[in-house]
Design a protein around this ligand. Structure first.
Ligand code: IVH
Length: 670
């Protein structure tokens, strides 16, 4: 491809991808499949890699990240980033209104705009000629950090504005946040690999914005609401007009804002949202009240720390008292023991709360909890309610201090507490039922080996029947053994066997994640698989070689070395290898597998459930088959997935070419 051709193709791909992105994010319409979209994006990533001179600052590939920021440059804000004064009561809000009126020397009602106060990190975005130039954190208000690369991964922040009446240069400010849903998903993933959990969405958003690896930022999925437009001689009279303009230019403005004619309407807004705010996807901790009219804002001006034209109202963190009936202990896949407060059910922030997390033994000690105590439960920035204190006046006379358990509640093994860790662990990895079952559940999950027919209940059943004690046992299961189980039936049994068989095609990086090595999540597994290419090399790696892999630190390296040093792990890896699992990276695997497809030609088209299209293509080559670029008389097989183009299918039918499904293909090579 010539340089000019590359330039044209990069432009064409960027345009297409931007078009589909806009359709999707603004109109919620997908005109092409996720797969086709990914293919366009992949091609663009590849071309931009080969011809970096043509990568534009608004390239859609920036959304997926990949660029690493070693250290963030400090940038001085053109307009300082102020904070807001806080109010906590109706009276204080009325006082604010009085101050505003007095300052403006008027008795007339003031028009305000009320907004939710989003709990995230404030961010300042600069646009020049409609292109996002820079994203800077608040910092100390005078200067912040340039986090542009990371912010460009936020899909709701436009990289380039569509033609419109926006000023050539302006700044827009807003709150970058992590939705409650993405926060929970992230914490589930962390729990699964034995990582400590993040405390709340706000801190997580703030940490994520400052990650070095923008691909990880993209994966975590931040979001942003904009609420403040700044610039020289803007053609708007009021804040509400500015918000309308922002939203017209493609910025995400939360539709929770409201124009209020006077302070009574402001107070109504505050009341109306006190409960309703819990249904929003983002955490909020109050409302922001802004004088709507810009000339009035200007007249009011600023104090050293905050504008006189705006104020925040903070909702009280909701707290209720209820009785601590019992403390139960949960044992996770990694053996970590977490105490849970079992509470007398109570209404809090719109839901019934029965349980609250207690984190660890230190927390129980800090609170000085006793069974039978009346405790205060709060829903703050965290999603799971937490116990914040004890009402000592209600402590029953008969209560006794609580002793943290010494032995595993599941297998009775003495618990251990590693140095520097807050959690107790059950060390009986191979004999403690929730650890065994948890490891198998982790192994079969969709992101790992994708053996979806093995749900929690069936794993429990197989474990209780003595059929599986570790992940390698899955590959020894026989149809007859399964059929002999209660409520199993032939259909489900054969589905399990089939799913287990199909999992042998799962690429190495996912097998590596599935092994459940502590701290090795999906992203780390991919990095290790790419670097070491096969399990032998990885299993022999030392701390030194492991820490040479970009972004692999001592803690992960230590964990990997410990895992492979265990004779049991070695045994399991050997058995998985013997069962035919992929323990080699795809690139290297191509030269390795059989000759069953020798002399046959293939075209692969559409979307598949087990493999990616490239996955099937590399399997074809790995088994001696040849790939053709299009359907012609020379073609032997068309491997057809979902959503493939009708013209290809028609042509193949006309030429009498064998059209096979993914399953049929898998049979051909197994
Ligand atoms: S307006 C001059 N509007 O609250 C101040 N801020 O305590 C302009 N915040 O640093 C800020 N939601 O991070 C504004 N709807 C909203 C907000 C909001 C959250 C944050 C922001 C700011 C802090 C002020």
């Amino acid at each position: 491809m010539t340089s000019q051709e590359a330039k044209n193709r990069i432009e064409e791909l960027s345009q297409k991808i931007n078009y589909y992105n806009d359709k999707y994010y603004q109109e919620h319409i997908s005109e092409i499949s996720d797969y086709e979209f990914d293919m366009l994006l992949e091609e663009l990533v590849r071309l931009e890699g080969q011809f970096p001179e043509y990568k534009t600052p608004d390239s859609p590939t920036l959304r997926v990240g990949g660029d690493i920021t070693k250290s963030f440059n400090s940038v001085k804000h053109k307009y300082p980033m102020l904070s807001l004064g806080n109010t906590y009561s109706e009276q204080e809000v009325r006082d604010f209104d009085e101050r505003v009126k007095k300052f403006l020397n008027t008795q007339d009602d003031i028009e305000y705009v009320c907004e939710m106060k989003f709990d995230g990190v404030s961010m300042s975005l600069t646009y020049e000629n409609g292109i996002l130039k820079q994203a800077v954190t608040r910092g100390d208000g005078v200067q912040g950090d340039d986090v542009t690369t990371n912010i460009k991964t936020i899909k709701t922040i436009p990289l380039k504005l569509k033609t419109g009446d926006y000023p050539t240069m302006f700044e827009v400010r807003g709150e970058v946040f992590m939705s409650k849903q993405n926060f929970e998903k992230l914490n589930k993933e962390r729990e699964d690999i034995g990582e400590t959990l993040y405390a709340n969405p706000r801190n997580t958003a703030s940490g994520t914005v400052k990650l070095q690896d923008s691909a990880e930022v993209a994966r975590r999925g931040l979001d942003c609401f904009l609420y403040f437009l700044l610039g020289e001689s803007l053609p708007y009279q009021s804040h509400s007009e500015a918000l309308e303009a922002l939203s017209k230019w493609g910025f995400q403005v939360s539709d929770t804002y409201k124009k209020c004619k006077n302070i009574d309407e402001v107070l109504e807004y505050i009341k109306a949202w006190e409960q309703k705010r819990h249904t929003l996807p983002v955490e909020t901790d109050g409302a922001v009240i802004k004088v709507n009219n810009f000339s009035k804002q200007e007249e009011l001006g600023l104090t050293a720390k905050s504008p006189r034209w705006a104020i925040a109202f903070k909702y009280k963190a909701e707290s209720v008292g209820t009785v601590l009936q019992e403390i139960t202990y949960q044992v996770g896949r990694t053996g970590a023991v977490t105490p849970v407060a079992e509470l007398k059910p109570v209404q809090l922030a719109g839901t019934t709360v029965k349980r609250a997390s207690l984190h660890n033994a230190n927390e129980i000690e800090r609170l000085g909890l006793r069974i039978g105590d009346t405790v205060f439960v709060e829903k703050g920035g965290e999603i799971i309610p937490k116990v914040t204190g004890v009402d000592l006046s209600k402590r029953p006379a008969s209560s006794i201090p609580l002793l943290y358990i010494q032995n595993c509640p599941e297998c009775n093994t003495a618990l251990v507490r590693k140095e520097g860790e807050a959690l107790h662990y059950c060390p009986n990895e191979k004999g403690c039922p929730p650890q065994i079952k948890g490891k198998i559940e982790h192994f079969v999950q969709r992101k790992a080996m994708d053996i979806t027919s093995l749900g929690e209940k069936i794993i429990e059943q197989l474990y209780n029947a003595g059929l599986i004690k570790n992940i390698a046992d899955l590959y020894d299961l026989k149809q007859s053994q399964l059929e002999a189980l209660d409520r199993m039936g032939e259909k489900l049994a054969s589905k399990i066997i089939k799913n287990v068989e199909e999992s042998k095609m799962i690429p190495f990086e996912r097998v590596l994640f599935a092994l459940g090595i502590r701290f090795v999540g999906a992203t780390v597994a991919k990095k290790l698989a790419d670097y070491f290419e096969n399990i032998e090399a990885l299993s022999q790696a030392t701390i030194e070689t492991l820490t040479q892999v970009p972004e692999i630190g001592d803690r992960i390296a230590q964990s990997v070395v410990e895992y492979f040093a265990e004779p049991d792990s070695q045994d399991i890896v050997q058995r998985l290898k013997a069962a035919g699992l992929n323990l080699v990276s795809e690139k290297q695997a191509v030269v390795q597998k059989g000759t069953s497809l020798e002399g046959k030609t293939f075209v692969v088209s559409g979307v598949f459930s087990q493999f990616s299209r490239e996955g099937i293509e590399s399997e074809i080559e790995a088994h001696g088959g040849k790939l053709l670029s299009g359907v012609s008389g020379k073609l032997d097989y068309l491997v057809a997935g979902d959503k493939m183009g009708p013209s290809k299918l028609e042509k193949a039918q006309k030429l009498g070419i064998k059209i096979i499904s993914e399953e049929e293909f898998i049979k051909m090579i197994s």
